[in-house]
Design a protein around this ligand. Structure first.
Ligand SMILES: [Zn+2]
Length: 330
């Protein structure tokens, strides 16, 4: 089982590591040390901030690094904030979605395995030591190399409406341009399921993508985290969302929301993030540039709503997700 150099029950500011011993070809007794920070001031609400579950999603590592290095005054918080800016550190340092050590996908590795691969052991540590201490988990993702999002919070549908409602309130506090209520198609091994199993609340994000980051998405991220901390009572101050300016909300609850590439080619977008599209509309064209006899193929929306996610890079392959369309929710 993994351990940390921090005493997470202790008040004050602590900076240290989760120690992840791995034995590699080039380093027999290696320790992949994953940075972790704790800011604690007495009893109160507890927030776990996770970034870098996937290594090609860069907003969270930057914003959480800023937060951990001077962005939080422990004396001014009430409760505890635990920050892990680069959870799958080997993947983050490799700029890849999956870990180069074991091919592990951090958000398909939960609840983890104390005897498993590096990725599975980190997931096990998060389940046992971090989720267990948190009231709320903020799992900060972006689109990575292959997807690009309108900056969004993701509300994973819970088994009770009360729980979903509490997470929607967290999303309103984050106040990203869009809130997506999502029934995940592959939820069994995701952190969402473990957090819900432990009776805690999880809000996720998809903040940008294409394997890059921007000043705009960094601002959305930082403002959102501050809003959640105020909403939870960790810090004093008003909510981000007043009655005049709040996040738009959409629902995604089945495969008809997704558009997949039928072939390998270059995707030409015909609709932009945030555009309203109708079922049957062409959201883009696929150029099969290796076939002289084949004209560009229209890629059609399978439902009506707002386009909030698109291909993150020009070249796509058969089966790649190239658009996601959400149904507007009041
Ligand atoms: Zn991700």
């Amino acid at each position: 089982m993994l351990t940390t150099s921090l005493d997470l029950d202790k008040d004050g500011v602590q900076k240290g590591y989760i120690d992840v011993p791995v034995s590699l070809d080039l380093s027999a007794w290696s320790n992949q040390r994953v940075p972790i920070y704790s800011f604690k001031n007495g009893q109160g609400p507890s927030l776990l901030l996770l970034g870098g579950a996937h290594g090609d999603e860069f907003e969270a590592p930057v914003v959480l690094s800023n937060l951990a290095n001077g962005g939080i005054d422990a004396a001014n918080i009430h409760g505890q904030v635990i920050i892990v800016p680069a959870l799958n550190l080997p993947a983050v340092m490799n700029g890849s979605r999956l870990s180069p050590l074991d091919g592990g996908n951090m958000n398909r590795a939960f609840p983890g395995n104390p005897r498993g691969s590096a990725t599975e052991r980190i997931a096990d540590f998060v389940s046992r030591e971090l989720i267990s201490r948190a009231d709320v988990v903020l799992d900060l993702h972006s689109g990575g190399r292959s997807l690009r999002f309108l900056p969004s919070t993701i509300v994973p549908m819970q088994t009770t409406e009360t729980a979903t409602g509490e997470i929607r309130a967290l999303a309103a506090a984050f106040d990203a341009p869009l809130t997506v209520i999502l029934r995940e198609p592959q939820v069994e091994t995701m952190i969402d399921t473990e957090v819900e199993r432990q009776g805690k609340r999880i809000l996720a994000t998809e903040l940008g993508g294409s394997g890059t980051l921007s000043q705009e998405t960094l601002l959305v991220t930082r403002k959102g985290i501050d809003g959640v901390m105020r909403h939870m009572g960790l810090m004093a101050g008003p909510d981000n969302c007043d009655t005049t300016q709040c996040s738009k909300t959409v629902l995604v609850d089945g495969f008809h929301h997704y558009v997949y590439a039928d072939d390998a080619g270059i995707f030409e977008p015909l609709a932009g993030l945030g555009d309203r599209v109708r079922e049957g509309d062409a959201v883009g064209r696929l150029h099969l540039v290796d076939r002289a006899e084949t004209a560009p193929v229209a890629v059609k929306a399978r439902t009506t709503g707002f386009l909030f996610c698109t291909a993150g890079q020009g070249l796509v392959r058969r089966g790649d997700c190239i658009s996601v369309i959400g149904h507007p929710v009041d």
